[in-house]
Design a protein around this ligand. Structure first.
Ligand SMILES: [Fe+2]
Ligand SMILES: [Fe+2]
Length: 321
């Protein structure tokens, strides 16, 4: 800084050169300050420019954010609408599916009803044997879908009897060999009626109708297939159908007691029937008896059944009584 003429120097005499020196020093100082100021002005301007840029950027970003959030909001709204529409459609489809399923079950029941007109077996036989089949299939380990399939398919096991002559179906006496051969055709006719590769239930019903008289030892009909060649559904129905026929009253026989019926099925273990299924059936017989007594078959009083029991002509021969 310039050494200016201070009060301490009041008495001192300054020369012209001194004043000139002071002047030059002040001038230099001003020049430096002005330069410094100019520099700061430039820095300030730079800072202002930067600040303006940052502000502009932040404004743009804010705008983007606003745009983004309004876009996101719109997308969410659209999604919500699509979701709601989808849910409505799913509900409608579900209802339609249920209706179709009900109509399908109804059609099956009518088909079974139609076959009952041509059969001595009653509606309760159909109901019991299908309940026995579901129970045995459940113990065997079928999943829910397979259980539904067998429940709907088992009642159609004798649907092929529609195609058998009344004179054979309703004959009181023993069938001749020719008549019996004709009767056996109900399996093939049933299989043909139920042929529909697109429907798992009808495919299951077809296998049951075609194979429910096949025997484990290969001596059944119509194709004489044996053991595991016989579809599992048909092996199950074979035991259920036989158990109900044995324990029910038929035109040609009195109802057999449960223990006699079990003995007959046990005798068929590995011959007529799948040995594993027979074991499952016998070890769960109480459950089958509950079903038997729940669905009326005019034969729930075991003591009376035992008192009235007599072998039918056919079973007396087969059981060598
Ligand atoms: Fe049959
Ligand atoms: Fe039957």
């Amino acid at each position: 800084m310039a050494s200016e003429p201070s009060s301490g120097n009041r008495d001192r005499k300054f020369s012209e050169q001194d004043y000139y020196k002071f002047y030059m020093e002040e001038k230099e100082l001003n020049k430096n300050l002005e330069q410094e100021l100019a520099f700061h002005r430039i820095e300030l301007q730079k800072f202002k420019n930067e600040a303006a840029k940052v502000y502009a950027l932040s404004q743009a970003q804010r705008k983007d954010k606003v745009n983004l959030s309004s876009q996101a909001e719109k997308i969410l709204k659209d999604l919500h609408l699509v979701n709601r529409n989808l849910r409505t459609k799913i509900k409608e489809l579900d209802t339609a599916k249920k209706n179709i399923h009900e109509a399908y079950k109804d059609t099956i029941n009518r088909l079974v009803l139609a076959s009952e007109y041509k059969d001595n077996e009653t509606g309760n036989h159909i109901l019991r044997m299908s309940n026995y089949s579901v129970y045995l299939a459940e113990i065997y380990g079928f999943d829910a879908q397979m259980l539904e399939e067998i429940e709907l398919a088992a009642p159609m096991h004798d649907v092929g009897k529609i195609g058998i002559k009344d004179s054979i179906l309703f004959k009181n006496g023993k069938l001749t060999d020719d008549e019996f051969n004709e009767m056996k055709r109900h399996t093939i006719i049933g299989g043909a009626i139920l042929e529909n590769p697109d429907s798992p239930i009808l495919e299951c019903a077809r296998l049951i109708a075609l194979c429910h008289h096949e025997k484990w030892n290969g001596r059944g009909y119509p194709n004489g297939i044996k053991a595991e060649e016989i579809p599992i559904h048909a092996r199950i129905v074979s035991i259920s159908d036989t158990f109900d026929a044995l324990t029910s009253k038929r035109p040609y026989k009195t109802p057999y007691p449960v223990d006699v019926s079990c003995d007959i099925i046990k005798k068929g273990r590995g011959e007529d029937f799948d040995p594993d299924l027979v074991d499952l059936f016998l070890s769960n017989i109480d459950g089958f008896v509950v079903i038997k007594n729940k669905i009326d078959n005019d034969a729930t009083d075991e003591a009376q059944i035992k008192a009235n029991f007599a072998w039918s002509e056919r079973d007396r021969i087969e059981n060598k009584q």
